[in-house]
Design a protein around this ligand. Structure first.
Ligand code: GDP
Ligand code: MG
Length: 437
């Protein structure tokens, strides 16, 4: 019985939290939290707009699992915004050449090695890594160490002009039968003209199968402009987002895909040579939801709705407008906050209440909630309607409760309403009730 009761409460609570108004409030919170997670304004707006249209357009049925339906809706729209299908590396050209570009520290060198490892294993490629970052001391050594550790040859010519090195690398690859060449280029802290010219020259020399921008998953909004700048000159074919293993919020993934229309090809999930995964929009959406971001924002949205509905009820109470809808909201809040026993422990002086009384109270709360859920909103807003025998019978039948329980609810509600009116009067006249008494 307890199980059935619990299920029933859950069912009814979900019903009570997914009204049209609540959907709107939830969306507002979702939008705010997306912005806080550094998702671009336009993207956040678009995403919530799409969810709103579907949610209000009847995709969410009030009732069982409305919350899950809402989460699914958020999930589906995330997938759409992230791009629908998997975008693999174009391997048609022989040899396959990949130019990795991006800001300093974004993860190009690490990714070059990861990508070589991945395509060697999955596509049976014979990769060659080419070190073209002649500006940062140690950059080429870094690539050599990574390559050595995973048995992938690295071609480099020290600080010689990278254009010349690229040409020599192509010749070296041909001679040694490498069918995959990955060029690790130099980066800057910001985009500058000489670098872009150098990269453009390298593009012409290597005529890449793919020109991939490597982006730090922790980047903020500025990354959209950076991506657009790179894309304008270098005609990018895709993006790799790194460092998604830390507490990056993934806001960048959402924004980049939607605003630049470039496919996200891989994501970096660690520093090791294997920590590179193909980008699956569905999985990413799962991850965003499962990892907490969206799940958390959804929970937060719901929490805030609860707070607001409490405030609303309070305001209504002080205006003397207490009805059964308010009572139902209060009860839903109470049920959500956990056991009544736990709540009572927080109230000074309440420790005299026995376990039996607590259990009775809990049971009543559940029964009253079920009864009130069998009423129409109109009836809850105007409980005088409940005096009509046909209504009363309908509600008793629909809820599966007894007439005695129905009458108890009415008595409790009227008693509560009287108390609310008394309290409002005393507050208004300045005689504040002593809540700690
Ligand atoms: P580059 O300047 O673009 O070549 O960047 P690097 O490849 O040198 O990477 C900069 C730092 O980021 C290094 O310490 C890498 O180990 C680290 N890094 C790169 N990709 C990832 C990743 O996916 N996850 C984590 N946790 N660290 C990464
Ligand atoms: Mg580097």
């Amino acid at each position: 019985f307890a199980k059935r009761m619990k299920r029933s409460i859950e069912k009814n609570m979900q019903k009570s939290t997914m009204t049209e108004e609540n959907i709107r409030e939830a969306l507002k919170e979702i939008r705010l939290t997306l912005l806080e997670a550094d998702v671009n304004v336009e993207v956040a707006k678009e995403l919530t707009q799409r969810i709103k249209e579907k949610a209000l357009g009847g995709y969410i049925n009030e009732g069982v699992n409305a919350q899950q339906q809402m989460v699914k809706l958020v999930h589906d729209e995330l997938v759409t915004i992230l791009g629908e299908s998997l975008s693999p590396i174009d391997l048609t050209k022989k040899p396959t050449t990949i130019l990795l570009v991006g800001l300093q520290g974004s993860g190009k060198t690490t990714t070059a090695n990861k990508l070589a490892n991945l395509l060697k294993k999955k596509e049976k490629k014979k990769p060659l890594l080419v070190g073209l970052d002649i500006y940062r001391p140690g950059a080429i050594d870094q690539l050599k160490e990574l390559g050595a550790a995973s048995g992938i040859p690295v071609f480099e010519q020290g600080t010689q002009d990278p254009r010349k090195t690229a040409k020599q690398a192509l010749a070296f690859a041909e001679k040694n039968g490498h069918d995959l060449i990955i060029f690790d280029t130099a980066g800057r802290l910001q985009i500058d003209k000489p670098l872009m010219e150098e990269l453009n020259d390298l593009r012409k020399i290597t005529s890449p199968s793919e020109t991939l921008l490597v982006v730090d998953g922790m980047s903020g909004q500025e990354i959209i402009n950076v991506t657009n700048e790179f894309n304008k000159l270098l005609k990018l074919t895709g993006v790799i987002i790194t460092k998604l293993d830390g507490d990056a919020r993934g806001g960048a993934t959402l924004s980049i895909r939607y605003l630049t229309n470039l496919p996200i090809k891989f994501i970096g999930e660690g520093e090791g040579p294997k920590a590179l995964a193909a980008f699956y929009p569905k999985r990413m959406a799962d991850r965003l939801l499962g990892m907490g971001d969206i799940a958390t924002l959804y929970e937060r949205a719901m929490e805030n709705i609860d707070e607001r509905s409490i405030q609303k009820t309070m305001t209504r109470m002080f205006m003397g407008q207490y009805d059964m809808e308010d009572l139902r909201n209060q009860m839903a809040q109470m049920a959500k906050m956990g056991s009544i026993g736990g709540l009572l422990k927080m109230i000074p002086g309440a420790n005299k209440i026995s376990e039996q009384q607590i259990a009775d109270g809990q049971r009543k709360l559940a029964i009253f909630t079920i009864l009130m859920d069998s009423m129409t909103l109109k009836e809850r807003r105007d409980p005088r309607l409940l005096k009509a025998l046909t209504r009363k019978q309908r509600i008793i039948k629909g809820s599966g409760r007894s007439e005695k329980e129905f009458n108890e609810l009415i008595t409790s509600f009227e008693k509560g309403k009287k108390q609310v009116i008394e309290m409002t009067k005393s507050v208004k006249s300045g005689r504040l009730p002593n809540l700690n008494a």
